[in-house]
Design a protein. Structure first.
Length: 281
């Protein structure tokens, strides 16, 4: 499935639109399951190579499918690296603040913040893993503290869908389908000078994350190769994290977030099972 085919699909309407901050992109969409809460929550972070070519709309079908499984979904928008203020460290600050905004949303939508899972697709997978790494940032370092915040909301699990997990490894693979300079643009620095920023923004710098992880990458993915998921799993397991890897046969980059695709079904069984097994904090 190509990006043009995928983005041409009609989007699913959310149950609510919430503003988490100031600015055109400081909002998010809420999808709610049937029945009374409190509802466990998936923070669903969209991809797009960290750029404004994509937004929350393209993960709306997946968001509704997750809600049908009994989970509320918070799908935040944020500034991207090709927008004013979105390059380092704006995009990370936005995703962190948007996630922490769940505390304000919880009373309105009856959310269970003891059971929050971060889930992201492609570059959104990087941001989802980073949300689990974020509480481990040094609160005494001024730059790290700005990214961490005073009281970061920590997920109890992470699902990476075609996730960019290790920024350095992705850069060495010439950025997959995102382009050779994609990580440079994210960090707003050349490789020879990005050490400190890489340590703060790549989840590898915080291993072990201390939460279970599920990595799902299509066998035919030409944007983020399945070998990247295996690479991450090796690093995370060596550090002591429990990591499962699922490589759906016949699936490319977008099928893992496309509930109507025939190759989505095997992946969804694993995702739904992971969510059911996720323990509260």
């Amino acid at each position: 499935m190509s990006w043009s085919e995928f983005r041409a699909l009609d989007r699913v309407e959310a149950d609510a639109r919430e503003v988490w901050g100031e600015g055109e992109d400081a909002f998010g969409e809420v999808y709610l399951p049937e029945g009374e809460g409190p509802h466990p929550v998936v923070v669903l972070v969209h991809g797009g190579c960290w750029q404004s070519i994509a937004g929350v709309g393209y993960v709306s079908h997946l968001a509704r499918r997750i809600a049908q499984e009994g989970w509320a979904v918070w799908s935040p928008e944020f500034r991207r690296i090709d927008q004013p203020g979105g390059s380092w460290p704006g995009i990370l600050e936005d995703v962190g603040r948007a996630t922490d905004h769940l505390r304000a949303l919880a009373p309105r939508h009856d959310l269970d913040l003891e059971r929050v899972v971060a889930m992201g697709h492609s570059s959104g997978g990087h941001l989802a893993l980073w949300l689990a790494a974020r509480p481990k940032l040094d609160p005494l370092d001024p730059v790290a503290r700005a990214l961490r915040g005073d009281d970061p909301l920590a997920p109890v699990g992470v699902v990476g869908l075609a996730a960019i997990a290790d920024l350095d490894d992705f850069h060495r693979a010439e950025g997959g389908g995102c382009g050779a300079r994609s990580v440079e643009r994210l960090l707003d620095a050349a490789p020879e000078s990005w050490h400190d920023r890489l340590a703060l923004s790549s989840p590898t710098g915080a291993l072990p994350l201390g939460v279970p992880q599920l990595m799902v990458t299509g066998a035919l993915d030409a944007t983020v190769a399945s070998a990247h998921a295996e690479h991450w799993a090796g690093l995370a397991r060596a550090a002591g994290d429990p990591v499962e890897v699922v490589i759906p046969e016949g699936a490319g980059h977008f099928e893992v977030v496309a509930p109507w695709a025939s190759t989505f079904a095997p992946a969804w069984r694993e995702i739904a099972d992971f969510l059911r097994r996720t323990e509260p904090r």
